[in-house]
Write a protein that binds this ligand. Structure first.
Ligand SMILES: Nc1nc2c(c(=O)[nH]1)N[C@H]1C(S)=C(S)[C@@H](COP(=O)(O)O)O[C@H]1N2
Ligand SMILES: [Mo]
Length: 434
């Protein structure tokens, strides 16, 4: 798109009223023609007022506010609708609850810290980092009680990885019922995480050769805890103190949390206070009565750690309806707990035919990956789907394929191909195809 309509040359063009202004603007943007006006929706809603070309907007005629009007910067007030939201009927209170990431409004692959979904089992504890300790004990030569300062002095690494609750989309096992991508897929985020590799800490304490599991425990009232296999701990588990370049947010576990890249968010213990080294799993509440998968044979599958390959179209979506026929950019997110995203296809006809989408972001293992595709909408109804393939060759399943294996009792680990029904008026509804 060419941007050759500077304010200067804008003034030199003689325009009289609303319609002429519109065609001038479109010509300047290289989008001349009534069809483009309708299709792009450019200026479609804008009332020709004193802030629109060729007039000089009011904010251009005076000094702005000075520096540090906001010592900690905030988004524009025009972005106030971009916020975490809850589904009130899901949980009895806000302490053992969840809020969802507003995926439809986000760009790129990094989730801004203030918009990362929150999952608490007993509310958000307010922890004084000066009084916080990490205890590492059990089958070790040298138990340790570490301060935050101790941790900051150790070798540090930063990685960009997604974080997803295994219950993400769980409500959709019973059929399409959530009203937006924020709620169907918003237990999902991707941040840069900085901290110390757990393997570094394990070397420090000298773990026994018979050790095979590690219990991670949080400092919240729930003492949320999970058993982590030693293999993962020695691979890429991170004890994290920073997120997107600053200290962890309280919501994300300040001052310290675990990140198990690509694994159930539930294993990523926040407000981390204790790591116990042992030789078997502890079978805590969150790995027995919860976060296990009830299979068709009536048995519960335990320790389903990996978040399998998944994807969703974030626009169009219920939050991002279309405004008339014409060209649009379909975009969405794909991710896999097993590695990098290799390929994303998009269907406009409910999975009968597929087109390859472009990958429009950096591609990192176990990170959100953005895809996009041009779409010329003729105004007819469509069934939009995305289907991701990861570097292991795993193809995101249909609901039917998933139910064939998992039956109908599941809550967690739903990664089926999702369908949006684009309706003639441009609204988008959540529907489910098998
Ligand atoms: N201590 C503690 N850690 C916790 C939880 C918790 O309630 N307490 N919730 C877990 C769950 S179920 C998920 S999905 C992730 C969510 O991380 P987030 O709130 O940073 O998005 O944290 C996990 N770690
Ligand atoms: Mo979770």
């Amino acid at each position: 798109m060419k941007h050759d309509a500077t304010p200067e040359n804008a003034k030199s063009v003689k325009v009289s009223a609303g319609n002429d202004r519109r065609s001038f603007m479109l010509a300047g943007l290289g989008l001349a023609g009534g069809a483009a006006a309708g299709s792009m929706g450019l200026l479609a809603d804008a009332k020709a007022g004193s802030n629109l070309p060729p007039d000089v907007p009011i904010w251009t005629k005076s000094l702005g506010s000075g520096v540090v009007a906001h010592p900690y910067g905030q988004p524009s007030r025009y972005e106030a609708q971009v916020e975490r939201r809850t589904v009130d009927w899901l949980t009895a209170d806000r302490m053992a609850s969840i809020s969802f990431t507003p995926l439809a409004d986000l760009k790129g692959i990094i989730t801004p810290s203030g918009l990362v979904f929150e999952r608490y089992h007993s509310g958000l504890p307010e922890i004084d980092p000066g009084q916080h300790r990490l205890m590492i004990h059990g089958m070790v030569k040298q138990p340790l009680l570490l301060t935050m300062d101790d941790l900051m002095r150790m070798p540090s690494v930063s990685v960009i990885r997604f974080l997803e609750c295994p219950a993400n989309g769980g409500m959709e096992w019973r059929g399409a019922q959530m009203t937006g991508v924020q709620f169907t897929h918003g237990m999902l985020a991707c941040c840069e995480w900085t901290g110390v590799l757990l393997s570094t800490l394990l070397e420090e304490v000298g773990f026994s050769r018979d050790a095979s599991w590690i219990l991670a425990e949080g400092a919240d009232g729930a003492h949320m805890s999970r058993s982590i296999p030693m293999e993962k701990a020695l691979d890429d588990t991170l004890v994290v103190y920073a997120q997107n370049g600053e200290a962890l947010r309280p919501e994300q576990g300040y001052p310290l949390r675990l990140i198990n890249p690509g694994w159930e968010g539930n294993t990523c213990i926040k407000w981390l206070r204790r790591l116990e080294i042992g030789d078997k799993p502890w079978y805590q509440r969150e790995e027995t009565s919860k976060y296990t998968d009830l299979m068709p044979d009536g048995k519960a599958r335990e320790f389903t750690f990996v978040q399998e390959c998944n994807s969703v179209i974030t626009s169009p979506s219920p939050e991002k309806p279309l405004k008339g026929k014409g060209k649009y950019w379909i975009e969405g997110l794909a991710w896999s707990g097993r590695g990098k995203i290799k390929h994303v296809d998009v269907s406009l006809d409910g999975g009968i035919s597929w087109r390859e989408a472009g990958i429009t972001s950096i591609v990192l293992p176990r990170a959100l990956t953005r895809f996009g595709l041009e779409f010329d909408w003729d105004g007819s109804p469509a069934l939009l789907q995305s289907r991701a393939v990861d570097e292991t060759g795993y193809v995101q399943p249909t609901y039917q394929q998933l139910r064939d294996v998992r039956g109908t009792n599941s809550i967690y680990h739903k990664n089926a191909i999702h369908t949006w029904n684009l309706q003639p008026g441009g609204t988008v509804a959540n529907v489910q195809l098998s």
